[in-house]
Design a protein around this ligand. Sequence first.
Ligand code: ATP
Ligand code: MG
Length: 762
Amino acid sequence: MGKKKDFLRRIVEEDLKSGKYSEVVTRFPPEPNGFPHIGHAKSISINFGIAKDYEGRCNLRMDDTNPTTEDPRYVEAIKDAVEWLGFEWDGDVRYTSDYFERLYDYAIELIKMGKAYVDSLDEETMREYRGTVTTSGKRSEYANRSVEENLDLFERMRKGEFAEGEHVLRAKIDMASPNMKMRDPLLYRIRHAHHYRAGDKWAIYPMYDFAHCLSDYIEGVTHSLCTLEFENNRDIYDWVIDTLGLKPPRPYQYEFARLNISYTVMSKRKLLELVEQEVISGWDDPRMPTIAGYKRRGYTPESILNFCDEIGIAKANSVVDVAQLEHCIRDDLNPKVPRVMCVTDPLKVTIVNYEGSEEIDASYYPHDVPKEGSRKLPFSKEIYINREDFSENPPKGYYRLTPEQPVRLKYAYIITCKEVIKDSSGKIIEIKAEYHPDSKSGEDTSGIKVKSAIQWVEASSAKRVELRLYDRLFKVESPQGIEDINPDSLKIIKDALIEPSVITEKPDERYQFEREGYFYADPVDYTDDAPVFNKIVSLKDSWAKKNTAQKQAPKKPAATQEKKEKSKTAQKGKHEGELAALSEAEEKRFAHYTETYGLKPQVANILARDPKLSAFFEQTLNSVDAAVTAANIIVNDVARALKEHPEDASNVTPEAIAELASMVEEETISSKIAKDVFEEMLSSGKSPKAIVEEKGLEQISDPAKIAPIIEEVIANNPDNFQKYKEGNKKLFGFFVGQVLKATLGKANPKVVNDLVKEKLEG
Ligand code: ATP
Ligand code: MG
């Protein structure tokens, strides 16, 4: 399946193919008046990404034409952001201010052609003369000045002979143009200000509309990619280049949608306000949507680039759910980072029947994480657990430690509570417990049933750490500014306890603190004596729940399911095409599917966007009461079939899918076998029931039938059995897999799991 290219890449490809340009040259042109934010990351990813994809060049240009707001500190922040994201600009950093002399010469040329004039109207009259969208404007009487007079005035403007606002230089275009921007736009204005690079040399500064197109031309830029709000400026861009008769190849401007994110403000002006009002600690505060903020918080460049890829490049503005960005960071960290234990609200536990100490081997990358590495956890009589992992009066469904209910200390032993010690106010200050010597994880022969395993750290070796728990900076979806700040955006925990390996071994800078979230050693404040960790992101999206509770229409978390599928096979850095926002009707359907049928947002999102699939889904539900199962089959199998085998798709009816889903629901077949049945149905046109009967695909759930198969698998793999017994618990999956394979996938996976465990441990 060929990937759909975004519209900018299609244009670039076309231009290279037609020979319009021999090489693509783009540029990222920030104004150094603030730290770059995630919106700039999108622009960086587009400009540098396209140059990279087509073996061209991308310049980094400081668009520094406004002396009063610019600062070398911001230049450094911009360079740092581009480098951190992994891009390289062509040659040296460029500055529009380096072109001031050449720009001035171009202005002189326009004056000489009678295409620019010095205007001396006061600001208010000038505004009045500009007209409105419905009425045409009126040209200033100063437009009749002779070329000589204009040249003289302009030169004296440059020398600083006039006050600010006394004169401006304007292009002579068309005061009746329907595009208001073309009504004799300003080219230069007087500013008696010190420029951080040009010093005091200039008393006039070029306007964006004049400087930008010419800077692009001077640098040999081919594709000048900017955001939609510049759409109307494109006419000026072309007018300047055309009027000056600049010889080709010349640049052309293309616009794409600006990135907006929910719960976030994204303009340097508003961000500067937060900095100046000291609402946050600075531009690099980990709650800021700046690159510096994300970097300090522990986001990875990969996750930000993946996010830019996922949102795609569109021509219509929309708001992206911040949950999508958070999802990208989780997705990136999950397989990469070590998992360790941290107790955030310590409660002392004394194990009265334990003497001495030992070290317990624990993997940094348990189960699904495909990485090797482990550490030793010290264990002794005194440990700490999380206060919330003990309950004296447990609510229903409480799986952790209670006076009646034992619990496993993760990787270690099962303990039973013997005594609860309280202070005079009634607060629990210590638990006295007994451990079960024969219950050690991996070699448990105790037969004691527990419902969960909890975090713990050994008292004498644990390190005290500060945790900075960040939440969204704003409490509303579309924040205006300071008034919408989330008062709980930062919580500090001073006395969390962490297992020693994190401080001494430092297997990584980023960790998953089990059950707590992803954390990053704060690059500014961390010291070995006083370690500080920033919470990068929680393990799950805690805002999704809040939102549905408030009955707000859920925002699309994009086609995450699809993306996950793709990202497994696709390499990074390739674009997925455009992704538009959900329409109102789609949004409604999405809400209905998640709320009424309990579909996962990713699944609901795919259905809601696709009228054919959603109609199919709804018809299926007329015949079966298994929405989740049916939706999964439709989103995965039906959708693919419709795309890849439209010729066979007439076999795929809502009734047939209902039949298939009900067999899965009733556990007649596993969902894995359901896939095979679907394929067979597609090619033969037979009904799912007939296929299952004919091929004997019914699921085997009877332990008496499965047990002998397991024994056989164990007998055939004595070496692995031995290794498992010696502690290589990862081989559990191997045995389960072998058994499933031996039954051609027909065995009930749940039953197999339980039985294999029994046989291996027994
Ligand atoms: P802000 O309004 O936040 O100050 P800006 O557009 O003034 O942003 P510039 O420094 O002029 O910021 O922008 C540099 C480049 O980044 C421009 O090409 C601009 O179009 C692009 N850019 C800025 N904000 C976004 C955004 N939210 N999404 C995509 N691109 C953006
Ligand atoms: Mg700006």
